[in-house]
Design a protein around this ligand. Sequence first.
Ligand SMILES: C[S@@+](CC[C@H](N)C(=O)[O-])C[C@H]1O[C@@H](n2cnc3c(N)ncnc32)[C@H](O)[C@@H]1O
Length: 261
Amino acid sequence: MSDNRYGVHEDEVEIERRRLGMLAEARDPRTRRILNSTGLSPGWRCWELGAGGGTVSAWLGRRVGPDGSVWSTDVDLQFHRPVLPNVAVEQHDVARDPVPEAAFDLVHARAVLQHLPERDQVIETLWDALVPGGWLVVEDGAFASFAEQTLPEPYATVHRYVASGAISEWRDPEYGVKLPGRFRDLRAADIEIIGDVWSMRPGEPGGEWWFLALERAIPRLVEAGLVTPEDGDAALAQLRAPRFVMMSTVSIAVLGRKPST
Ligand SMILES: C[S@@+](CC[C@H](N)C(=O)[O-])C[C@H]1O[C@@H](n2cnc3c(N)ncnc32)[C@H](O)[C@@H]1O
């Protein structure tokens, strides 16, 4: 059994459940469009890794039908929702546990690789897991422009600390930008690169995935002496103000196909 290096503290479980739910609600429609663009069909064998709440795995299970299958893995399954019988849910650390070779028509990871120190080896493992002709789809963020956008103080300072990774779970907040190069290194065919940003508002899934993360991060910044308790409270009030809006991270999806010959 793997330990959880991604690290959800016991007292943060409910906030993380809500955060993953918001992330899924905000991102799933786009992810479904991207995955459909590979030609995803009944009978395909898919691997959804770092599945989180399992909403993409559940959708894949419906799309591939009873003749297809989905391997839905995560190092931490406590947030995974129930799924159809053709979706096998397994606790699995992609950086440490065995992965079958040439087994999948589609491998997908969203907001996972940027958290893993071993991401460059892991992407090769994902590639090896594909059958010839199979598709790798990786979605990751790019945080630099997100961190540097103009925002009101004191939220601006708090935001920059968290977005630039001073106190964060991810290990490479710019991994989305590096993905196209990694796909070229893998000699992927038919590479497509898709990027987008969206409006983040309080009370909406597109904003709450981040605002909930800040609610967790601000007490740690205060504890570390980087932000005063007053500025922490004021920053939270600013981003919870009814008309507040800001720009999201840049979300980058890269698709590539393993050549058949
Ligand atoms: C930001 S969440 C994204 C969840 C989901 N992919 C989504 O987009 O809604 C990152 C996920 O990666 C998982 N994870 C972290 N390290 C992992 C590892 N070594 N192997 C498998 N999953 C891992 C976490 O447990 C978490 O569910």
